[in-house]
Design a protein around this ligand. Structure first.
Ligand code: FMN
Length: 157
């Protein structure tokens, strides 16, 4: 799979049970794909013991921001296992909140989609989460997509 070039996204969701006003949670992922146009469905694959998997088991609203090659630091930070707090990471990451899901949308990303889970499929040590696309955002991302290939972040060209 290291030889399959993939776009890098940040999966986000709002945890209503953390902190005084809830907390933003984020996770770097490459396992994101479009599934269906009618109705519009998209899928993410979450490792079973990840915080995002635990959160999306009790909350069905989430978003995906498609990162640019200028956002590798963000990808790196949200992929660190055992990081102290996503709250601190979001304090340093310019973002807004999607009106539909309340999930964080990364400023300057190439695009973002907001989804509501329709189906969860357990598959080995991951869960496939299939969501209805409720809103799409084409943002003013500068630069090309952030790719992951051969175990490294890369740019096009
Ligand atoms: C480039 C890249 C792609 C990743 N893709 C996925 C993915 O699609 N699904 C997943 O569950 N974890 C993926 N991960 C791993 C998670 O980002 C990482 O395990 C994260 O720390 C899990 O969140 P947690 O620490 O809150 O449990 C990826 C990591 C990297 C660096």
């Amino acid at each position: 799979m290291a030889r399959l070039a993939a776009g890098v996204v940040l999966v986000t969701a709002h945890d209503p049970e953390e902190g005084a006003h809830g907390d933003d949670v984020g996770m770097t992922a490459t396992a994101f794909m479009s599934v269906s146009l009618e109705p519009p469905l998209a899928l993410i694959s979450l490792r079973n013991d990840s915080r995002m998997d635990e959160l999306l088991a009790r909350q069905d609203q989430w978003a995906v921001s498609l990162l640019t090659d200028g956002q590798r630091q963000t990808a790196g930070r949200f992929a660190m296992k055992g990081r102290l707090s996503d709250r601190l990471l979001f304090q340093e990451l310019p973002h807004s909140h999607g009106a539909t899901t309340g999930a964080a949308l990364v400023d300057g990303a190439l695009a973002a989609v907001e989804c509501r889970t329709e189906q969860r499929v357990t598959a080995g040590d991951h869960t496939l989460v299939i969501g209805r696309v409720l809103a799409t955002h084409l943002t003013q991302g500068e630069g090309g997509p952030l790719l992951y290939y051969g175990g490294r972040y890369r740019s096009l060209g």
